[in-house]
Design a protein around this ligand. Structure first.
Ligand SMILES: Nc1ncnc2c1ncn2[C@@H]1O[C@H](COP(=O)(O)OP(=O)(O)O)[C@@H](O)[C@H]1O
Ligand SMILES: [Mg+2]
Length: 310
């Protein structure tokens, strides 16, 4: 397989009055052409900062790239971190597209959905409005939006959350990118809608052969769509492997926690285990927990140093 993206030794810090936070700590990863790589980790582990650094969308200051390179092989090798602004603008949206968790914040509420997509098309391709409109309607069909003409003329608040995410996916696909970065694309949606969006993304990937970097705090979602996963914890990559391997033989205590904390339909526990249980005690078993132990663990979990949402 040919590599498309390579991140080597990337470290990113944020400076504020209160000091320096290292949000991403010497991470390295690579993504093959046609591959879907998942990044899983709890909230605050550095997933979005990593994604935004690829697109060069981190506000700097306060963000500072302390070390590393991001190589994009398409086909000649470019270090995205050292490209001039003009160069990265050409890559953004045309070679690398991104979709976010909250489509409402990415779509402008005062413009009709269709026009936002035609505008994106015309930014990167020399086409007339009529051609861009025809392409948009085709894309709306491709992302299975019902009644493309109605959606084209609708304002974002007039369509559902799932439909808005489909509009965003259509916009992302409009320039045939070779890499799609999806940062928690289904997190804001309810479970049934989540599934239809994941199905769509899988289909688009198979049809077009694009590579995907798929970010989620939810290992279940990641395992639905990814070939390989990296696990991030406190800015570092603590584990990497195929979805199979991560689910069957997780090695790092944090990953073991993530895998074991997925609810099971087969066993009823007094209390669901949480990731801190695994970090505190690598030997923790998924057994019935006594009320006294529950209280004890809840006290420990209340410790602000151990706050987990992932
Ligand atoms: N704009 C910012 N200013 C200061 N610190 C930030 C900013 N964005 C992110 N961070 C820091 O980077 C860490 C990682 O954030 P992020 O990548 O958004 O996490 P997530 O894994 O939830 O996507 C945060 O915990 C925070 O310390
Ligand atoms: Mg995030």
């Amino acid at each position: 397989m040919k590599k498309l993206l390579e991140i080597n030794n990337l470290s990113i810090e944020f400076n504020s009055d209160r000091g320096t936070t290292r949000a991403v700590d010497t991470i390295s990863l690579s993504l093959d052409k046609g591959e879907t790589l998942g990044i899983v980790g709890e909230s605050g582990s550095g997933k979005s900062v990593t994604a935004l650094s690829i697109m060069r969308l981190l506000p700097s200051p306060p963000a500072k790239i302390v070390s590393g390179e991001i190589l994009f092989h398409q086909p000649e090798t470019l270090n995205l971190l050292s490209l001039p602004e003009k160069g990265i603008e050409r890559i953004r949206g045309a070679e690398i597209a991104m979709i976010f968790q909250e489509p409402m914040t990415s779509l402008n509420p005062v413009f009709r959905c269709g026009h936002q997509v035609t505008e994106a098309i015309q930014l990167h391709q020399k086409t007339s409005f009529a051609e861009a409109k025809a392409l948009t309607l085709k894309l709306f069909e491709r992302v299975k939006l019902p009644d493309p003409t109605r959606i084209f003329n609708a304002y974002p608040h007039q369509i559902s959350g799932g439909q808005k995410q489909r509009v965003m996916i259509a916009m992302a696909m409009s320039c045939n990118p070779s890499l799609l970065i999806a940062d928690e694309p289904t997190t804001a949606l309810d479970v049934t809608v989540q599934k239809t969006i994941l199905d769509l993304m899988r289909e688009l990937k198979e049809e077009s052969g694009l590579s995907m970097l798929f970010i989620s705090h939810d290992l279940g979602v990641i395992s639905e769509i990814c070939d390989r996963v990296v696990v991030m914890f406190q800015g570092k990559i603590v584990e990497e492997g195929s979805v199979e391997k991560i689910l069957r033989q997780p090695e790092h205590p944090y990953t073991r926690g993530l895998v074991a904390c997925r609810p099971s339909l087969k066993r009823k526990l007094w209390r669901m285990p949480t990731v801190p249980d695994f970090l505190e005690n690598a030997q923790f078993e998924s057994r019935v927990v006594t009320p006294a132990e529950t209280q004890n663990r809840q006290k420990k979990a209340a410790n602000p140093g151990a706050h987990f949402t992932g």
